[in-house]
Design a binder for this molecule. Structure first.
Ligand code: G6D
Length: 348
């Protein structure tokens, strides 16, 4: 196993470095310290062809100009917060209104747009990059100096693990995820409409016109939201269900994972034979099928278009601050926030 590093770009006069983790099977994960962005993941198809399975760019300028959070760590609070405000212990905090008057993905300079400090470490059967960042009290409107650590770890079983840890000197809110867009066809040969997703979830969050949770948990029974025995993503595009239409003819929804079903998430592409199994400590996953991915730019030579990637953002439930019945995103002073998600790649 080995770790390579090279200069990727400069951001505000600071160097941006790309790190590549390579295991003994030839799997590669490349990430930059700007936003902890995963720019490439190379895994084999059933014939052993190593191809890239995520949406990413080779220049920082492309990320500035075109990236809807491709590969990025998103926080302090991923997802939407209604009216860009929340109240903690009687104090109301105003956040950036960066999405139709609401707050989205940590604001204009969220975790995805800052340079993280890095340390690389090699163990006997795994290699990892440790990213750290101090989000200051009042940054993007959030209370508390929050010390964040994100670890990307690759082992020799083609398992890529992301671990998050945070501690704040004041009560605050934390809900962090990774916003990678997967496409198992390899080098974006196809879109993701024929990918099969299996998701052990019997309830999903109803959204309003601004994609803010209404607070209602809807049953997936007899709907295109039932992925419990596997379903092709195209069903959401072709669906007449009002929630699929509202999301832009697809999915953009948080799903509550069924605790008693070991919260398994499985994405499979028949054509290439590539399989991704995701296991998480988190109570929910946001399924976004890039319905709003704009056209008009190139992603390593592939014309951008909707349905080119699928996001499976493991996390708490968005807007939980305004819905006490949801699992809470509140982090007490000196309490340690922890979260882990493992991405297991294979082919058959
Ligand atoms: C759109 O509604 C979607 C979000 O879920 C997604 O995270 C973002 O694009 C990148 O706003």
């Amino acid at each position: 196993m080995r770790i390579l590093d090279e200069k990727f770009a400069e951001h505000n006069g600071q160097p941006v470095t790309a790190y590549t983790l390579i295991n003994d099977q030839g799997m590669e994960v490349t990430a930059i310290d700007y936003g902890c962005i995963i720019t490439k993941i190379l895994v084999p198809d059933r014939e052993g062809r190593m191809e890239n399975v995520v949406l990413g760019f080779d220049t920082l300028e492309d990320y500035y100009q075109h990236s809807p959070y491709f590969g990025a760590v998103v926080g302090r609070h991923a997802g939407r917060i209604a009216n860009a405000e929340f109240t903690l212990d009687g104090n109301t905090y105003q956040l950036e209104k960066n999405n139709n008057g609401n707050h989205l993905h940590g604001g204009l300079q969220g975790f995805d747009k800052v340079i993280w400090d890095t340390e690389v470490k090699e163990e006997t059967d795994s290699i990892r990059i440790e990213f750290t960042y101090l989000a200051r009290d009042g940054e993007e409107g959030y209370p508390g100096n929050l010390h964040m650590k994100v670890v990307y770890e690759l082992n020799n079983q083609n398992e890529f693990k992301i671990s998050y840890e945070g501690v704040s000197d004041k009560k605050t809110v934390v809900n962090v995820t990774n916003h990678t867009y997967f496409n198992l066809s390899g080098d974006l040969k196809e879109d993701i409409l024929h990918h099969t997703l299996m998701l052990k979830s019997s309830r999903f969050l109803e959204l309003d016109e601004e994609l803010i949770p209404t607070g209602e948990l809807l049953s997936v029974d007899s709907t295109p939201f039932d992925f419990r025995s596997g379903r092709k993503i195209k069903d959401g595009k072709e669906s007449a269900h009002p929630q699929n239409i509202l999301a832009g003819n697809g999915y953009d929804h948080p799903f509550l994972l069924d605790e008693q079903q070991n919260k398994e998430i499985h994405l499979f592409d028949e054509e290439s034979g590539r399989s991704l199994v995701i296991e998480t400590s988190e109570p929910a996953v946001v399924l976004y099928t890039s319905n709003q991915l704009e056209a008009g730019f190139s992603i390593r030579g592939t014309a951008s278009r909707e349905y080119l990637g699928i996001c499976l953002e493991t996390q708490g439930l968005p807007d939980s601050l305004n819905h006490p019945q949801f699992p809470s995103a509140i982090l007490d002073k000196d309490e340690v926030y922890t979260s882990q998600t493992v991405y297991k790649f294979s082919s058959k």
